[in-house]
Design a protein around this ligand. Structure first.
Ligand SMILES: O=C(O)c1cc(=O)[nH]c(=O)n1[C@@H]1O[C@H](COP(=O)(O)O)[C@@H](O)[C@H]1O
Length: 277
């Protein structure tokens, strides 16, 4: 894996289109797919999504919570999901939203961003709300191992603004500070640095400039949370580069047939491409 995370993600977006499909095995989706709400159902669900989509979407984002629900056997399914998705060519973004004091974050870095770990992923979502610098061990290991980190900037949920919209001593909002810190960390890496930022597709249009990140924006909320391709354009402008729109339930509801999942993903990519080109 010689190329950087930024280079791999850029190539995946260029060749496969701008979409990250989420793997969120909600119990309601297991029921809709006629699967049991247990490890066997989880396994069938996840492997079906990987089988249908990993060879065609730019990125897959397993939501760790739905695997953790089943304890160590659920984590074993997550390990195989990540490995199979990566070998089929998808960039895997582990959605575990980790965050803690730096000395503990170092252990999360080992768990997700060290290639010898069974959960090694191309990138990890992380919460910078113990301070952007508390995640330093993730940034360091990501750089060393050509992986990436997505820090939460403006999250898609309505409660997020209470923290992320707060104005600090600098006169800038917390979210703006996070994005500025990520931009500084990315420097002038080409085609983009390893630190991405999450900006939900449901958020109000930010009043500050998003274009200076030199990293990727992960944009969840497409579909089930009401965000559309038009929202991606509203937030990032047309021609936005390095934007990774993400959709989980909207696509997953089109399963369990591989054709249904593929059609839903292809439709979403088409809508997004029409707006981002
Ligand atoms: O980091 C994320 O992916 C994330 C950040 C955010 O601000 N909002 C958000 O919905 N997510 C995740 O994106 C997925 C959204 O799923 P759907 O609403 O089903 O498309 C879930 O796994 C969320 O945990």
């Amino acid at each position: 894996m010689g190329s950087t995370f930024g280079a791999r993600l850029r190539t995946a977006l260029d060749t496969r289109g701008p979409l990250c499909a989420g793997i969120d095995p909600h119990s309601s989706l297991l029921a809709q797919w006629d699967l049991t709400d247990d490890v066997a159902g989880l396994e069938r669900f996840s492997f079906t999504v990987v089988e249908a989509l990993a060879d065609r979407v730019a990125a897959l984002k397993p939501q760790s919570a739905f695997f953790e629900r089943f304890g160590s056997r659920g984590i074993a399914v997550l390990e195989r999901t990540v490995a199979d998705a990566r070998s089929a060519g998808a960039v895997v973004i582990m959605d575990a939203k980790r965050g803690d004091i730096g000395s503990t974050v170092a252990a999360y870095a080992d768990a997700y961003l060290d290639p010898t770990s069974p959960l090694f992923s191309d990138a990890l979502t992380a919460s910078p709300y113990l301070g952007f610098g508390s995640l330093e061990p993730l940034y360091t290991l990501a750089e060393k191992n050509n992986a990436g980190v997505f820090v939460l900037g403006l999250t898609s949920n309505p409660e997020g603004a209470q923290v992320q919209g707060a104005v600090g001593a600098s006169g800038r909002t917390v979210a703006e500070e996070i994005i500025a810190a990520a931009a500084a960390r990315n420097g002038d890496a080409s085609p983009m640095g390893p630190i991405g930022v999450v900006v939900g597709g449901t958020v109000e249009t930010p009043s500050f400039d998003l274009s200076r990140l030199n990293g990727a924006y992960l944009v969840p909320g497409i579909g089930a949370q009401g965000a559309t391709a038009a929202d991606v354009k509203r937030i990032f402008g047309s021609g936005a580069r390095n934007v990774v729109p993400a959709s989980s339930r909207e696509i997953l509801r089109s399963g369990p047939s591989a054709a249904g999942l593929r059609d839903a993903a292809a439709r979403t990519v088409e809508e997004l491409q029409g707006i981002l080109d």
